[in-house]
Structure formats: structure tokens, C-alpha cells
Unconditional design. Structure first.
Length: 463
């Protein structure tokens, strides 16, 4: 979910300091800095010359190396453009070895300071990531989706089919087919475990990411559910798949998508697994996240104020139909907040513009308006709902209780609700559940979680 972004929208007051560039400073060399986006990512830009500038980006925490970049150097600005991931760094020289500016990606703008010739940290180990050759069939596939070609990988046993199949549905933010995060590839790990147990598994690049076409700029959760529906229809026609045995596994927002589809297409979906899925509305999830995050750095009174400010903005987005009026009302609300807190709010700053763009996006309005009960109360297929006891993004007790209530309203006879002790939003065994732990933990998914899922699917998808 968008927890860090929401929290920053409440309490932001930073002002970007701009430094003039000295033409004697050389851009050639290795530039390194830490990007703070909940987790910390070390960004390593290498620029070569001297006459034609070329360069690459490495992100060790994501096992990304040698990503080509384009360099644009002007009198006062410097840009490292990474077209393949739709990101760019815009900065200016502070001195001969320091560039200060912003990393822009996906509508967000994040402060980033790059230092020349720093020490490069090695990537952490990810021992659960499967390595080829795999003991099963692997097939890269593509098919038409509502917004363009969708691409992914299907795995299935190297034996006689047809096989029961599952589609893995990624969480919020644009994800590749492995749901890669900080070097972890949780969907590859899940697909490997399930395929070894006799299931076929389809995992997809989100629209506009990896090998998938289309654009997600104005897409909502409802739109993403249509992409998965296209995946279901693809599986029905695949020679190795039993079309009457297709299930869904959704993580975080992916569980919302699974809810939507299981409620709407009961004859096409045999079961669903909700991993860190919501049972309460998107607005309530954000309110809970805000309370948790604000309490880490604020007094109880300040945290309560922050929650109220966040709720005010969400109410504007939900209730004001005119987007221009809604944006102005949010700016006014933030202005009053800043005056009250004796902070500076620069409406036209890159940070403010980026946050406003995300708050006003169709995705955000859809997310905070979404009430899982509308779909849970209609789901009659078997459901396994798992949430981690240390998940600070989708709090376990409140959401699992609400999921149970919804399924009881539907008179669902086959559901299992479990809170997994000592795991976070990614289902890693952890100490605190905080986002900055994700990168430090070598485990991708707690093995007991994999066993829980495969054991349950043996009962409800293979029978």
C-alpha cells in the first residue's frame, strides 16, 4: 500500500535547496547516494566520457546492474535519465563531489544527494530465490489485455496435465511478474513452491512494466482487475490447464483484485488466497497506517492532528466531483495545516506537485473509496486469508476480523482465517515489521507461510 507517501502528504514541509553549478566540475565518474522511499536504496550512477557521455545505473538492493542512462548536462542542471524504468535524477552541483536534487519516478519526487567515488555496498543475499534449471516446465507467454499486450511466465509440472492453476496478483505500485522488491522475488518463490506441488502458476508483469504494454497512468484497481480477468481467459484456453480449476492468489492490493473477481465471476474462480489483503476500506487502511507512522515521530496529540488532516484530504477527494475544485480545497487545507504548524508550504514545489498528483489520481480515489465488504459479502468460493502479526501496512486483527464478517454474510462454508505470528507485510520473519527492515532480511517468505498456502490448496483446488 501507499503508506510512506500518505504519511509524507500530511507532515511534509521540506524545501529543496538549489546550488549553482561550477563549470569546472566534472560529471565523469561514479556517483553514489541513498534513496529513501520507505526502504533505503543505494543508487550508483557511473558516467564515462570524455567527449560523448554515456552511463549506467546500478541498484544493488534490487540486483539491478548496468541499466543504461542518458546524461543531459546544461549550465545549471544535470539529468540522469533512466528510460527503461521511467525514472530520472535532476540535480545541481553543491561542490565538485556532490550533486543534490530529486529522483522522479511514477509521479513521485524524492530528495537524493549523490557523492562522487563513495564506497559501494554489496547486495544482500536472497537465498530463497530459485535458480534455473527448474524441475518443471517454464513458458514465457503474452496475450491481449484491455490496455495492451500482457506478458508473463507460466510454470507447470513436467508430467501429464491438465493441472489446476493459480494466477498471482501483485500489490500496489507497478510490479514485474516476480513482484521484485529490494532484491526479493516473492512471486518467483511462491510459483516455484506451488509448481513443485503439482500446480500451474501464471505470474504477470503489470501493464506498462517489463514486457507488458499499455499504460497505468490513469488506471484504477478496477482496471487492473480486468487485466487479471484477461489472464483467467488465457488460462482457460491453455492446453495444460484444467479450466474448471483456476484460483487466485493476491498480495495486498492484489487481494482486493481477487475479491473483486471472485465476487463477480463465481463460476470462473475455484478459490482465492488473500495475502495481507484488506477487510476494511481503503480510507480506513490509510487512517490506520497514518496513526502507526505518525506515532513513531510525533506526540499523541500531534499524531491525532495528523490523522485528522489526512482524513480531511481523503474526504475532499471522495466527495468533490470537480477535480480542480478538489485540488484547490486540498491546497487550502494544507495551507491552513502549515500555518498552524508554523511550517513553510511551497505549493509549486516539485514535492508538493508530485504529492498532489498522486492524491488526485484516479487510482487513489478508487482505493480510498473501496469497501471490501461489498465484494466479500458475495464470495462463495473457498477463501484462505493470511495476515502477518507485525504487518504495519495492513494491520492483521482489524482486517482479518472484517474479512471473516464479510464471508459470513455471504454464507461462505469454506474459509480459513489465520494470523501468522512474527511476519511483516511481505511475510518475512522480522523483529519490528517496519519498512526499513525489508531490505535487511535475507528471507523472502517465511517457509511456514508457503506450507500453509500449498497445504490449503491441496484441499480446495486439487480435490
Amino acid at each position: 500500500m501507499k503508506s510512506l507517501f500518505i504519511y509524507l502528504c500530511i507532515v511534509f514541509s521540506s524545501v529543496l535547496t538549489v546550488f549553482s553549478q561550477n563549470s569546472s566540475h566534472s560529471i565523469i565518474g561514479t556517483w553514489i547516494g541513498d534513496l529513501h522511499v520507505g526502504a533505503t536504496l543505494q543508487m550508483i550512477f557511473t558516467v564515462k566520457g570524455p567527449f560523448i557521455l554515456t552511463g549506467t545505473l546500478d541498484v544493488p538492493a534490487q540486483n539491478a546492474k548496468g541499466i543504461p542512462i542518458t546524461i543531459e548536462q546544461k549550465v545549471k542542471t544535470m539529468k540522469f535519465i533512466v528510460e527503461s524504468i521511467q525514472g530520472r535524477f535532476e540535480g545541481e552541483f553543491k561542490d565538485s563531489i556532490t550533486l543534490e536534487g530529486l529522483w522522479r519516478q511514477g509521479g513521485g519526487a524524492f530528495p537524493l544527494i549523490l557523492t562522487k567515488n563513495d564506497t559501494i555496498r554489496p547486495a544482500l543475499l536472497r537465498p530463497q530465490t530459485p535458480k534455473s534449471p527448474y524441475p518443471y516446465m517454464t513458458e514465457d507467454i503474452s496475450f491481449p489485455g484491455p490496455s495492451g499486450i500482457l506478458a508473463g511466465t507460466i510454470t507447470y509440472p513436467d508430467t501429464q496435465g491438465p493441472f489446476p492453476a493459480l494466477i498471482l496478483i501483485t500489490g500496489s505500485g507497478l510490479q514485474d511478474r516476480d513482484e521484485t522488491i529490494l532484491g526479493h522475488k516473492p512471486f518467483l518463490v511462491i510459483a516455484d513452491a506451488l509448481t513443485k506441488q503439482g500446480f500451474a502458476v501464471l505470474r504477470l508483469d503489470d501493464r506498462g512494466i517489463g514486457m507488458s504494454g499499455g499504460s497505468a497512468e490513469f488506471a484504477t484497481t478496477q482496471d487492473f482487475s480486468n487485466d487479471i480477468l484477461a489472464g483467467i481467459n488465457f488460462l482457460k484456453k491453455h492446453k495444460s490447464i484444467n479450466p474448471k480449476k483456476i484460483g487466485l492468489i493476491g498480495h495486498s492490493e492484489g487481494a482486493m483484485i481477487a475479491q473483486i473477481l471472485a465476487a463477480k465471476y463465481p463460476n470462473d474462480i475455484s478459490c482465492m488466497v488473500s495475502m495481507a489483503g484488506p477487510g476494511i476500506s481503503g480510507a480506513q487502511i490509510i487512517e490506520t497506517q497514518t496513526q502507526t507512522l505518525a506515532s513513531l515521530s510525533m506526540t499523541p496529540y500531534e499524531a491525532a492532528e495528523a490523522v485528522q488532516q489526512q482524513n480531511n484530504m481523503m474526504n475532499i477527494v471522495i466527495n468533490e466531483k470537480d477535480s480542480l475544485k478538489a485540488e484547490q480545497q486540498i491546497i487550502d487545507s494544507l495551507g491552513h495545516w502549515a500555518v498552524k504548524k508554523k511550517e513553510i508550504l511551497i505549493v509549486n514545489s516539485p514535492e508538493t506537485k508530485a504529492k498532489l498528483k498522486q492524491i488526485m489520481s484516479p487510482w487513489f480515489k478508487c482505493f480510498i473509496s473501496y469497501n471490501p465488504l461489498d465484494n466479500l459479502s458475495k464470495i462463495v468460493c473457498p477463501v484462505l486469508a493470511l495476515n502477518g502479526s507485525l504487518d504495519i501496512q495492513v494491520q492483521a486483527d482489524r482486517n482479518l476480523d472484517a474479512i471473516k464478517i464479510g464471508l459470513e454474510i455471504a454464507h461462505n462454508k469454506h474459509f480459513t482465517i489465520k494470523k501468522i505470528d512474527s511476519v511483516n507485510h511481505l511475510f518475512q520473519t522480522c523483529k519490528t515489521g517496519q519498512i526499513n527492515e525489508y531490505n535487511l532480511i535475507e528471507q523472502t517468505i517465511e517457509p511456514k507461510v508457503l506450507q500453509e498456502i500449498t497445504g490449503w490448496l491441496e484441499l480446495y483446488l486439487k480435490k
